[in-house]
Design a protein around this ligand. Structure first.
Ligand code: PGA
Length: 238
């Protein structure tokens, strides 16, 4: 099975910058990976021509008086295959309960939810990682059917590692993903869902991370918007 690479462009790239990055990306070969681009809303259409596209967020209602929001339903209609949900940048003002509604809305419109979970530096320091991850998994997924959980892509991204140039060691990633799977086994027989890792992945760490047997791929941020970094990362993948 090909490893998943989610390229999260965050709130970067003007429309023109996105078009020029796409042009440069079209010169690269992504055949050996399952590559998914997650641009800002205004740039989804730019990448849709040659790539699977993933929104960075969605609203949980189908449509209605929600000024400034974009629903999972509308994202599906414009061609998104995935949507990020609960990325660390958003968890500052989103609760696990809201994230649960978004995961369900994505599943109900046949969008693959990429449920982002991860502890903050403070939570890690206080030894609360297990407790935090357990809630971030159990609240959004606890009431879903086995089939629904199997559709979800979980992205484990320790908040303190995002954008810091410091990816976790392979052992810790492996053990944490095992903990995530064990937690899910506590309430569901689902076993076909995928788990990826995010947090400062670059060309020097990607192979070590992709080699971990319970890692199905990675989410990249910094390396997603810089063509030199992206090209290096894609080319080194074994
Ligand atoms: P980064 O971002 O690769 O820049 O650390 C990862 C993320 O957004 O989770």
């Amino acid at each position: 099975m090909k490893k998943i690479i989610v390229a999260n462009q965050k709130m970067n790239l003007s429309y023109d910058d996105a078009k020029s990055l796409k042009k440069q990306m079209d010169e690269l070969c992504f055949d050996n990976v399952d590559f998914i681009v997650s641009p800002s809303f205004i740039n989804l259409n730019v990448f849709k021509e040659n790539y699977k596209i993933c929104a960075q967020n969605c609203h949980h209602m189908k449509q209605g008086p929600y000024t400034g929001e974009i629903s999972a339903y509308h994202l599906k209609l414009i061609g998104c295959s995935h949507t990020l949900i609960g990325h660390a940048s958003r968890r500052e003002f989103e609760t696990n309960k809201l994230i649960k509604c978004k995961v369900k809305a994505a599943l109900d419109t046949a969008l693959i939810p990429i449920l982002c979970i991860g502890e903050t530096a403070m939570e890690k320091q206080l030894n609360k990682t297990a407790e935090v991850l357990k809630k971030q998994i159990t609240i959004p997924l606890g009431d879903l059917s086995e089939e629904e959980i199997n559709e979800v892509l979980i992205s484990y991204e320790p908040v303190w590692s995002i954008g810091k140039g410091e990816a976790l060691s392979a052992n810790i990633i492996k053990d944490t993903i095992e903990f995530i799977k064990q937690t899910i086994r506590g309430f569901s027989p689902a076993s076909k869902y995928k788990v990826i890792y995010g947090g400062s992945v670059d060309s020097s760490t990607i192979n070590e991370i992709l080699k971990i047997d319970n890692v199905d791929g990675v989410l990249i941020g910094g390396a997603a918007v810089d063509i030199v970094k992206l090209s290096k990362l894609i080319k080194v993948i074994k």
